[in-house]
Design a protein around this ligand. Sequence first.
Ligand code: FMN
Length: 211
Amino acid sequence: MSTLLHIQSSPRKERSASNEVAQAFIDSFQKKHADAKLVTFNIWEEDLPEFNQDALNAKYAGLNGQSLTESQAHAWEILKKYANLLHEADVILLSVPLWNFGIPYKLKQFIDLVSQKDILFTFHPDRGLEGILQNKKAVGIYARGLQLSKESNYPAEQFDFQKSYTEAWLNFIGVSEIYSVIVDKTIFGEEVDKASRKVASEDARLIAGKL
Ligand SMILES: Cc1cc2nc3c(=O)[nH]c(=O)nc-3n(C[C@H](O)[C@H](O)[C@H](O)COP(=O)(O)O)c2cc1C
């Protein structure tokens, strides 16, 4: 049985373009893999801990090979619990709105919490950084109000810190099979938004058919 983890990072719930297109992916994926387990993780409904002094001290103690205090160990266990969501998934589906050309801060908070040495990556002075999450697939659904293009004066090469960052992070933690769908022009009126969601949903279904 495979596990599909859906990380939702839009607070717009059913009005969200990224969630709507992700749902098209999920429906097709579940049709193909009837026994797949779906785990939905909405980062806005989760009371994510701060990356506070205990967590930071635990991180540096681990980097320096020192043992953890009780409160540091407790903070570390919480980080591990969130990272386990990723470890237990076969396919990681991320719905990601574009916020100020980057990702929503809550998603960044989640990434900062879970991206730890010996949890999601290792570091060897001779080999450098190595991601731990091998043999997993990821699908990113990227929603944008505008279109990042030369015509809009916001070319993706210069202004995309959403898809490019998310994919760099996935690579860093070891995920190399990555698919993406862009649903853009969501603020150009109902008609344009609807048409864009339709095309992107079809793209998402096609990807689900391949996995
Ligand atoms: C705080 C905030 C910042 C945004 N910044 C951008 C932006 O930089 N560029 C853009 O094209 N759209 C921007 N938008 C519009 C969203 O990307 C757009 O509404 C998208 O559909 C959001 O995804 P969702 O529908 O899944 O929530 C922003 C929206 C919000 C709420």
